[in-house]
Design a binder for this molecule. Sequence first.
Ligand code: SF4
Ligand code: SF4
Length: 282
Amino acid sequence: MQLVIISGKGGTGKTTIAASFAYLSQDSIKCDCDVDASNLHIVLGGEDIEREPYIGAKAASIMPDKCIQCGACERMCRYDAIHDFKINPLKCEGCAACTVVCPANAIELKDEVTGDTLVTQTTRGILSRAHMIPGAEGSGKLVTDVRKKAKKYGTDEDLYLLDGTPGVGCAVMASITGCQGALIVVEPTQSGLSDFKRVLSVVHHFKVHPYICINKYDINERITKEIEAFCQEASIEVIGKIPFDTWVDTSINGLKPIVLYEESAAGHAIRDMWHDLQHKIG
Ligand code: SF4
Ligand code: SF4
């Protein structure tokens, strides 16, 4: 069973919930698919037991000893990456068009390391994650790599818990595809509602079963009711409603899952939601 936790945009409390689930489900294999801002390891701690450079892109370079300075590559490059027979690696998209037109075979495409994949042994089990160089592209492929690495540590019968990427880009698609369940975290704001509908359409597209969690449901009960009515109409289950709770900020600052704070109403609601979900996905 693979369960992904996603949201239509960042800042909805997705990671607060994912970190709590990761803590509560000791036996699950965790994947931090939020490769642009991975932080489950900060909450769960532990030691890295695997680290591998990630080749996420290619960049061209000119071999000066072979170049006959014909200028064909500069004319061909659509990304304005070539000037004076030199390639600017920051502009090069690795499309290889210049290698095709070069009459002297003077251009080679080289692998670019754009991050690392890591496996961390935490006190709550295995966590597969990645570190991406800021600004690097190709996060969707990196998410797929993170998921592949996790599979080495489990069987098909295990529960894989994925902290997905926010939004609806290729990284979130790479997080959702192949999962059986998706917990969508939504906040009751007008923009939260439309972001939720967009991400829900992606979940439907991949034929993944959606569960809805309304975070900070009491900050706008009118929109919360609107979300609930929409879900009822679409026969989608609202599995959790988390109240606004200042303990959440305390837990973020303390780098601990909110479920460890006994006084926290949000922590209790997340625990209840997890128990409910466990029965459903059992
Ligand atoms: S690989 Fe493509 S983007 Fe890079 S320099 Fe060559 S033509 Fe330009
Ligand atoms: S196409 Fe090849 S030979 Fe011509 S300028 Fe570019 S690198 Fe040099």
